[in-house]
Design a protein around this ligand. Structure first.
Ligand code: AKG
Length: 438
């Protein structure tokens, strides 16, 4: 198995703007991989130079290269689309699929005062495991290429004939469980010592969700923001730990009085990821057990172990050691990537979906392999283990419109008593993916 440490890394790895486990990748055939699998495998290599890193940091500090926010930001995610747009012929099959499903708005509404409308997209080829589960329960029927695992698991587990190691458990989480994990993802998971994309600029932030509901403002105290001239040394220094504090909105001095400020609700909307359990140290380019961290919460650990069971050999147990929580708003995408920072790829990544429906693309070992598109709904669980861990995957689309988001059960459950959670999740999706690191 090809390990990430065998690849040259760029300085990007020292900046905490990217989730630890994910890489955008260039095409690069690895002799090791060839020997292992007797076919070309695209391997992982960072593509950002430190110059582009600086630009990334200064212009869009919280964007990993494979994450894109906003409906029209497109090129540059994979090195494709830089400079001139590639023609359709030049695009990889994975990239074509991403473009097909990505949110674009109808230009005819641009100049009118009407609310902008998403361009219609053909969803006829998107695999729908909810429908598959329905017909499987009714009469045992399955579409070609889909199989049901006979694992003794308490709900049906589906797999794909041409993607060994990939498992889909539709509706695995009850509505209560979904609400619980949404609350946790917004309240306790982004709390220090867990890191988030905001650490790079503001240092550890305590109580972001509560501050957003109380309309607080994060204010820079004391000296103006230090220059970002040095790429790395400002992060998580004592200075940044102390510099930013939440204050009441009306106690913040008006513009022009020195300190900078940003509202907590804007920061909440800009929350892209948080990491639980073992944290990643970019300067050492690996999980660093000596970095302050809490264990994965026990309930999440138990859930992940239970869900991972269909992929584990008899008698062996999955050991959740780290998790990444991804937060998606309308127009956000997660570009095609591989997760390569864990030692043993036979162990699964347990990935749960919460909130608005999304499209997931599961490619092959090369970006030239046409990906399978499938819907991910709130409560679905995906497992990727073994060969499937070498498959490119990404999320080109989330649906935030009432008709397609499919969050009615969540809406009725959150109704009234949790209106802040409901407000958030109505236009968002959260993904929690859990890993065994060693
Ligand atoms: O959001 C998802 O469902 C996929 C997340 C993912 O691929 C990752 O974090 O590596």
């Amino acid at each position: 198995m090809l390990k990430s440490s065998q690849h040259r890394r760029t300085k990007r790895a020292s900046v905490e703007t990217s989730p630890p486990h994910q890489r955008s990748a260039t095409r690069n055939v690895s002799p090791v991989a060839l020997a292992d699998h007797r076919r070309p495998v695209e391997t992982r290599r960072e593509t950002l130079s430190s110059a582009s890193l600086c630009a990334c940091l200064l212009l869009l500090p919280s964007d990993p290269p494979f994450r894109s926010r906003g409906a029209h930001r497109d090129g540059g995610m994979y090195g494709e689309g830089k400079g001139r747009e590639p023609s359709d012929l030049e695009r990889t099959a994975f990239r074509k699929a991403e473009k097909k499903y990505k949110l674009y708005y109808d230009d005819s509404f641009k100049s009118s005062k009407k609310k902008k409308q998403p361009k219609p997209v053909d969803l006829s080829e998107v695999l729908d495991f909810k429908a598959i589960l329905g017909s499987f329960r009714r009469n045992g029927a399955l579409p070609p290429g889909v199989a049901a695992l006979s694992s003794g698991f308490d709900c049906p587990v589906f797999c794909l004939d041409n993607r060994p190691g990939f498992y889909f458990i539709p509706g695995a989480l009850s509505i209560e469980e979904q609400c619980h994990w949404i609350r946790e993802s917004l309240t306790s998971f982004p709390q220090p010592p867990n890191r988030t994309n905001h650490n790079a600029i503001y240092g550890p932030i305590h109580g972001l969700f509560a501050a957003a509901t109380e309309r607080k403002v994060l204010v820079e105290e004391g000296s103006p923001v230090a220059s970002l001239g040095s790429e790395f040394d400002c992060f998580e220094s004592e200075e940044s730990v102390q510099r930013w504090k939440f204050s009441e909105e009306n106690s913040v001095p008006s513009r022009g009085h020195g300190g900078k400020s940003i509202s907590a609700s804007v920061l909440l909307r800009k929350l892209r990821w948080s990491t639980l359990g073992l944290q990643f140290d970019w300067s050492k380019r690996n999980y660093d057990v000596s970095l302050p961290h809490n264990k994965i919460p026990d309930a999440l650990c138990q859930l992940a172990k239970r869900m991972a069971a269909p992929t584990m050999p008899k008698g062996k147990e999955f050991k959740p050691e780290a998790a990444i929580v991804n937060y998606f708003g309308s127009g956000d995408t997660l570009g095609g990537h591989l997760d390569d920072m864990e030692a043993d790829w036979s162990k699964p990544i347990v990935s749960m979906s919460l909130g608005c429906k999304a499209i997931f693309l599961l490619g092959g070992k090369s970006r030239d392999d046409a990906p399978v598109a499938m819907f991910l709904r709130s409560g679905d669980i995906v497992l990727m283990a073994g060969e499937a861990r070498e498959c490119f995957h990404g999320v080109p689309r989330i649906f935030t419109d009432k008709e397609n988001a499919e969050i009615d059960p969540l809406e009725s459950h959150f109704w009234h008593k949790d209106d802040h959670f409901l407000d958030y999740i109505k236009s968002s999706r959260i993904n929690i993916n859990i890993r065994q690191v060693f």
